[in-house]
Write a protein that binds this ligand. Structure first.
Ligand code: UFG
Length: 328
């Protein structure tokens, strides 16, 4: 029988791509998702179990039914701006929900845990590239909630033998080149899909959040990584744990940073259309620059990004934007 992997948030953007990659690697991805931000239409690669991480009995039933060999935990609220307005939502959903999941996994004897964390746990570090040893000093509630879950995993590792790989993502972009799944948030808050909506007229314009940052062109710099490369690392993470290797943190970024203005310029080039935009004030909680300085994932996991150039990421996102969508 094929190995099941429980994928929380499997109906979301990254989780749905992870399910496709897991299936291609010979696993059976079991999506556990509340559909609060996910889409049932995105569940295409394995069984679906609707449920909320705060519902411990439901989690126990799903673990008992599938006896998964590993958990991939994506389900979370993930908007930096919203986390500054509603921190309670982030602590309840992201931290309490994850604690429930970790306890359910340990009680079910499912000891391989892959966690979706974020470079937002690092916070502001003046003009340095961020490696896994950089101090974690989050400046928004979203980053703080993810950092807290990392601590939970360490504690349960020490006390109960829970084995874990933590991935700290930089900015995830792009989509499945076959456009079976893609990025679809409601409301949308991320730069590239918002820009594509401005390009095709679905929204009047993109607003650049802040042009007075201490960067060469005054706009924030981010390290964009293709979602398909990102989820490939997760499959390697499951195999890493199955091989009995040690608990480990990996940054997932490319080491190249692009400013908001550079992303706008590249989108204009890829789509061959004008990008309507206006300049606005800073968004609370945004860091000036987040760029990954690590080669650990490449060296230790054997991860080699294939599609993480800005033009391919925008091309793939544009294809999905034009052809794919979810209704429910
Ligand atoms: N931006 C704009 N206008 C917009 C949207 C975004 O100028 O309409 C800017 C932001 O200010 C930021 C950059 O584009 O400088 C990227 O913003 P996103 O909202 O696309 O991404 P974030 O960097 O805020 O956050 C994303 C994920 C987080 C993750 C983080 C790591 O949403 O979950 O990347 O950098 F933690």
């Amino acid at each position: 029988m094929k190995d099941h992997v429980l994928v929380t948030g499997g109906a979301g953007y990254i989780g749905s791509h992870a399910c496709k990659a897991l299936k291609a690697a010979g696993f059976v991805p079991v999506t556990f998702d509340s559909l609060v931000t996910g889409w049932q239409d995105a569940v295409k690669f394995g069984p679906f179990e609707k449920g909320d991480l705060l519902d411990r009995a439901r989690l126990d039933a799903v673990f008992a039914h599938y006896e998964p060999v590993a958990v991939m935990h994506f389900a979370a609220l993930s908007q930096v701006g919203e986390s500054m307005q509603e921190p309670g939502l982030y602590w309840r959903n992201n931290v309490l929900g994850s604690l429930n999941l970790v306890e359910a996994a340990v009680d079910a004897g499912c000891m391989n845990f892959v966690f979706s964390s974020t470079c937002a746990t690092y916070g502001e570090h003046d003009n340095v590239v961020l490696d896994e040893e950089t101090p974690q000093l989050p400046i928004n509630a979203y980053g703080a909630s993810k950092k807290a879950v990392e601590e939970i995993l360490r504690n349960f590792g020490e006390s109960h033998g829970l084995r874990h790989v933590i991935f700290r993502y930089f900015n995830v972009a792009g989509g499945d080149p076959e456009a079976e799944v893609g990025e679809h948030h409601r409301p949308e808050t991320h730069l590239i899909p918002i820009m594509l909506e401005a390009i095709d007229g679905t929204r009047p314009a993109l607003t650049i959040f802040g042009t007075d940052y201490d960067t060469p062109d005054g706009t924030c710099i981010r390290d964009y990584v293709h979602v398909c490369d990102l989820v490939d690392a997760h499959v390697l993470g499951v195999k890493w744990l199955q091989q009995g290797k040690r608990n480990r943190v990996f940054n997932l970024g490319t080491g190249s940073g692009f400013s908001v203005r550079e992303v706008i310029e590249q989108s204009r080039a890829v789509t061959n259309r004008a990008v309507p935009y206006e300049e606005g004030p800073r968004r609370p909680g945004d860091c000036t620059k987040l760029v990954s300085g690590s080669v650990r994932a490449e060296r230790e996991l054997g991860w080699t990004p294939q599609r993480s150039t800005l033009d391919i990421m925008i091309e793939d996102a544009w294809r999905w934007h034009q052809t794919g969508h979810y209704e429910k």
